[in-house]
Write a protein that binds this ligand. Structure first.
Ligand code: IMP
Length: 192
């Protein structure tokens, strides 16, 4: 089975391909001739994932899945959420995003937050959604140098370290993305 993963991020594609049985071959956007950025204009994570998966299906005719992730902070009513990548404006700047978040939380007691990943899959004319959540809290300052995005200021529940102090494998085993991909892989494996 050939299926498109609607991402331009080669590392994400390799990571997910490794979790799939050999009979499922992932194609990148580049491999199907899609060079354009698919605009993420929806108001929800699920909406953006659906938008990307639908674009590939409609324009290129492939079965496809796409993901979208956001950090939801309780004391900020779910901010930055769907706007996580560009919280401090364009172009995307992870350092500026973290500083904005830390400053908004300065006087807040409740520092609980969660990462959420939603995957939309278009397969044989039907659409399926998969979700992965990782709960935790926002630290008072950055810790660690691994990872990307908000990793240095996010500490998952049950751990004494931030995401940025974990190896890729440790993070993947408990992360929002790891969980959502796990659900997708289980589903696809069952389709064979
Ligand atoms: P995307 O949908 O995977 O592109 O994620 C959107 C934004 O959420 C990224 O630009 C990051 O700011 C943030 N983000 C997503 N996943 C993670 C993660 O695992 N750690 C830290 N930040 C993340």
């Amino acid at each position: 089975m050939k299926i498109v993963f609607a991402t331009h991020n080669h590392n994400k594609l390799v990571e997910v391909q490794q979790l799939l049985p050999e009979s499922i071959e992932l194609l990148s956007l580049g491999e199907i001739g899609c060079q354009e950025e698919i605009a993420e204009t929806a108001a929800t994570l699920a909406g953006n994932a659906q938008l990307k998966a639908n674009y590939v299906m409609q324009q290129y005719g492939y079965d496809c899945f796409a993901d979208d992730t956001g950090l939801e902070v309780t004391a900020l009513n779910g901010e930055p959420g769907v706007y996580s990548a560009r919280y401090a404006g364009e172009p995307t700047d992870a350092e500026a995003n973290m500083q904005k978040l830390l400053s908004k939380l300065k006087d807040k007691k409740d520092r609980s937050a969660q990462f959420k990943t939603v995957i939309a899959l278009n397969l044989k004319g039907k659409q399926y959604l998969f979700e992965g959540v990782c709960q935790g809290e926002i630290l008072h300052e950055k810790q660690g140098t691994e990872g990307f995005g908000y990793d240095p200021i996010f500490k998952p529940h049950g751990y004494d370290v931030s995401f940025a102090e974990m190896t890729l494998a440790e993070k993947g085993a408990i992360s929002h993305r790891g969980r959502a991909v796990g659900a997708l892989v289980a589903f696809l494996t069952n389709q064979l």
